[in-house]
Design a protein. Structure first.
Length: 137
């Protein structure tokens, strides 16, 4: 798959459908229904599978996407911790020494301009211990 950032591979073996010698891939095309952010693969039998760009980036372990996924997981955990903590947002803003708008950005799962460090600080204030574990993939 070719993007502005580069060319990415995606093996046909990762498709939901299984190409075989008696049912080979007949067509692969950019999918307009995905806003051209993915492709559809069609077998001779008519079976189809559509793959979004995010699946391709995840397969290739794209650093930007991996960072977004980590930030999303940390944000969801922060939202859960905030609900359980009983702390008011006003108190959290005071403890973080930040503005209300910054706290709302930190709690926004769609905002990717935050850092892992900011999220770790927020989680610590919410009573969560954060351990970084690095393993071979």
């Amino acid at each position: 798959m070719t993007t502005r950032e580069g060319v990415y591979s995606f093996p046909f073996a990762k498709l939901e459908i299984t190409p075989r010698a008696d049912d080979p891939i007949a067509e692969v095309f950019p999918d307009e229904e995905l806003g051209m952010e993915g492709f559809t693969c069609r077998l001779d039998s008519g079976a189809e599978d559509t793959v979004h760009l995010d699946a391709v980036l995840e397969y290739n372990r794209d650093p930007a996407l991996m960072n977004e996924l980590l930030l999303h997981r940390l944000t969801v955990e922060a939202l859960n911790a905030l609900e359980e903590s009983g702390l008011s947002k006003r108190e959290l803003i005071r403890r973080l020494r930040t503005s209300p708008s910054q706290l709302y950005r930190l709690l926004d799962t769609t905002y990717h301009g935050k850092s892992v460090g900011q999220m770790v600080a927020l989680l610590h204030l919410l009573g969560r211990k954060v351990d970084l574990v690095v393993t071979a993939s």
